[in-house]
Design a protein. Structure first.
Length: 132
């Protein structure tokens, strides 16, 4: 692995960890929509960290998620349950961010934090075995 790929992977994991902390901070202060948003971005940056190991990258979120699902979930490098959790997290984040009258609940925000933690830990485990 090239140094640039390794640096980018590490940077993206740091972004994921920072977003998860921000999500928890928003949650603790009752900002549930913002918490959901940051949970999604935590998972998104973690996924982008995996993509940094290769030579492919995407700008659009749907392309990142679709590629990850095709190359890492469908091939069972990561469990299918993780792919479903990511899909739900993405859907809830989009509804929360773009639906004018969406009311995010405490329970929903907490569930998304838990999903982001699962995604981040799974990916960190994978990366530990794939970064030289």
């Amino acid at each position: 692995m090239e140094d640039r790929q390794k640096e980018l992977t590490i940077y993206r994991v740091e972004q994921a960890e920072e977003s998860l902390k921000a999500s928890k901070n928003c949650f603790d202060n009752g900002f549930y929509k913002d918490s959901i948003n940051r949970s999604y971005y935590s998972a998104f940056y973690a996924i982008k960290a995996v993509l940094a190991l290769g030579t492919i990258d995407f700008k659009r979120h749907k392309d990142v998620i679709a590629y990850f699902n095709k190359e890492y979930i469908a091939t069972e490098i990561f469990p299918r349950t993780l792919g479903r959790k990511i899909g739900i997290l993405k859907q809830i984040r989009e509804e929360s961010d773009y639906d004018d009258f969406y009311i995010a609940s405490r329970d929903e925000a907490l569930e998304q934090i838990e999903t982001a933690e699962i995604v981040l830990q799974s990916i960190k485990g994978y990366l530990a075995g794939n970064i030289e």
